[in-house]
Design a protein around this ligand. Structure first.
Ligand SMILES: [Zn+2]
Length: 407
C-alpha cells in the first residue's frame, strides 16, 4: 500500500558504502564505531565495520562522512502536507484551490527531507492531494495518508469535506475504497474551527465511535483520533483507537482570554489509555522555549512526564501544516520531551523505532539493519546523547535516494 517507484531497485546504480565515525543501528543499542552502512538500491544491504563491508563489496562507491554519526531517518506521525499556515495565516482556507494544495504537498515533502524526516503520516488533506503526490513518484519521504478526516456535521475541519451525515460505517468504507492507509476521525472539537464543538468537547458518542472502529477493523485499517479533551480521550480508549492525537487533557476554558485551557489529567483515564494500547501523539511544542507564562509550559512538561509515568506510550508528531506547526520544527518537538525529562536516546526512539512500530512498519523502517529501507541520516555529533545534533544534518538518504538538506 505504500510502494513507490523509488523503491524499485535500479540495477544501474552502484551500491554505496556510507562510512562514518559511528553507526547507531537503533536508539538505545550499542553504536558501531567506526561504522558503515551499505546501501543497495532502496534497501540497506549490510551494517558493520567499514573495512569488513568494503572488503565484502569492493564494487560499492565509498562515501566518506568523517566525524558523522549515522542514525535511522526520522518518522513524524502527524503532519498536514497540504497546508502552510505561514503562507496563509487563516488555516486552512476552505476556498484555497486544489492545485495550490497540491503544490504545497510537493514543497512540504522536500522540507520534511530537509529536516531528516524520511517517513510521515499525513492526517488530513483535501481532495486526495497527498495520495496524488505519492502516486506521482515525486521526491520526498515515504508518506501514509488518512485522506480527509471524518468529522461531525459542522464539526472540526468540516470544510475539508469529511462531514459524516449518514452511517459512519459507510464513511469508513469509502475512505478504504479511496486507498486511505489510516482512518482519521475528529473525535473532539478543535482550535481551528470556531463553529465546531470546543476543543474539550466530543463530537461523536460511544456508539458512533464503536461503529467506526468496527468498520475500520473490517477493512483492516488503523484509526487515529483527534482528541484534546480528557472526556474525549477516555472515549477513544473505550473505543480502542490506535492513536490519540494531541491528547492535551483539556477540561474547559482557561481562566482568562488568551490563557491556556484548563486541564484535568485523570489517572483512571491514563490507565485506560495505557491498558488499551492506544499511543499518544502530543503535538503542542513549537517555540515552547519562548512561550509566555500563560501558555502553561511547565504544566505541559509535567503532563508529558506524567503520561509516561502512567505507562502511556508516546511518539513524535508535530502537526506540521496545521495551527502553529511548521515543517522545520521536528527537533524543537524532540527537545520538548528532553525538557520533560526523557533521555535523548529515548526521545530519538520516539521518532524512529517507536514511531515505526505505531505505523505498522517496525520491520521496514526506524532501524539501520539489513533488509530495512535505506533511510539514513548523517549527523555531526551524536543525537543519542544530544538530539540537537539533528540540526546538523550532512546527508539524508530516503529509500536509497540521497538528499542534501538546504542550509
Ligand atoms: Zn493535525
Amino acid at each position: 500500500m505504500i510502494s513507490r517507484p523509488d523503491e524499485v531497485a535500479s540495477p544501474t546504480v552502484r551500491p554505496r558504502l556510507l562510512v562514518a565515525a559511528r553507526v547507531v543501528p537503533a536508539p538505545g543499542e550499542p553504536a558501531i564505531a567506526p561504522g558503515a552502512v551499505l546501501v543497495d538500491g532502496p534497501t540497506i544491504a549490510a551494517v558493520g565495520p567499514p573495512d569488513a563491508l568494503a572488503a565484502a563489496r569492493p564494487d560499492a562507491e565509498r562515501v566518506d562522512l568523517a566525524g558523522a554519526t549515522l542514525v535511522p531517518g526520522l518518522v513524524n506521525v502527524h503532519v498536514h502536507l497540504a497546508f502552510e499556515p505561514e503562507r496563509d495565516p487563516v488555516t486552512p482556507p476552505p476556498e484555497r484551490p486544489t492545485p495550490d494544495l497540491a503544490a504545497a504537498v510537493a514543497r512540504n515533502a522536500l522540507r520534511l527531507l530537509d529536516e531528516g524526516v524520511t517517513t510521515a503520516r499525513d492526517l488530513g488533506d483535501r481532495d486526495g492531494v497527498v495520495a496524488a503526490w505519492r502516486a506521482s513518484g515525486a521526491p520526498g519521504p515515504r508518506v501514509l495518508t488518512s485522506r480527509t478526516p471524518l468529522t461531525s456535521p459542522g464539526g472540526h475541519c468540516w470544510f475539508l469535506g469529511g462531514e459524516v451525515r449518514g452511517d459512519v460505517r459507510d464513511a469508513v468504507r469509502h475512505r478504504a475504497d479511496q486507498g486511505a492507509d489510516w482512518i482519521k476521525v475528529m473525535a473532539g472539537g478543535g482550535m481551528l474551527t470556531p463553529s465546531s464543538p470546543r476543543p474539550w468537547e466530543s463530537q461523536f458518542d460511544d456508539a458512533a465511535l464503536a461503529a467506526l472502529l468496527a468498520a475500520a477493523r473490517e477493512v483492516g485499517l488503523p484509526v487515529a483520533a483527534h482528541a484534546h479533551g480528557t472526556a474525549t480521550m477516555a472515549a477513544c480508549a473505550r473505543a480502542g483507537v490506535d492513536t490519540i492525537e494531541h491528547g492535551g487533557w483539556l477540561a474547559g476554558p482557561g481562566p482568562s482570554p488568551g490563557a491556556a485551557p484548563a486541564t484535568d489529567p485523570r489517572p483512571e483515564v491514563a490507565d485506560a489509555i495505557a491498558a488499551s494500547g492506544a499511543v499518544l501523539v502530543p503535538t503542542r511544542a513549537r517555540g515552547w522555549r519562548t512561550w509566555p507564562p500563560e501558555a502553561d509550559r511547565d504544566g505541559l512538561l509535567a503532563r508529558l512526564a506524567w503520561n509516561a509515568s502512567r505507562g502511556i506510550r508516546m511518539v513524535v508528531g508535530t502537526d506540521a501544516g496545521a495551527g502553529p506547526g511548521v515543517f522545520d520544527d521536528v527537533v524543537d518537538t524532540l527537545t520538548l520531551y528532553r525538557a520533560a525529562g526523557f533521555p535523548d536516546a529515548a526521545v530519538l526512539a520516539m521518532a524512529t523505532t517507536e514511531a515505526a512500530a505505531v505505523l505498522g512498519l517496525a520491520d521496514r523502517i526506524g532501524r539501520l539493519a539489513p533488509g530495512y529501507a535505506a533511510d539514513v541520516l548523517a549527523v555531526d555529533g551524536d543525537p543519542t546523547r544530544d538530539v540537537e545534533a539533528l540540526r546538523r544534518l550532512r546527508l539524508v538518504v530516503a529509500a536509497g535516494r540521497a538528499h542534501l538538506p538546504r542550509a
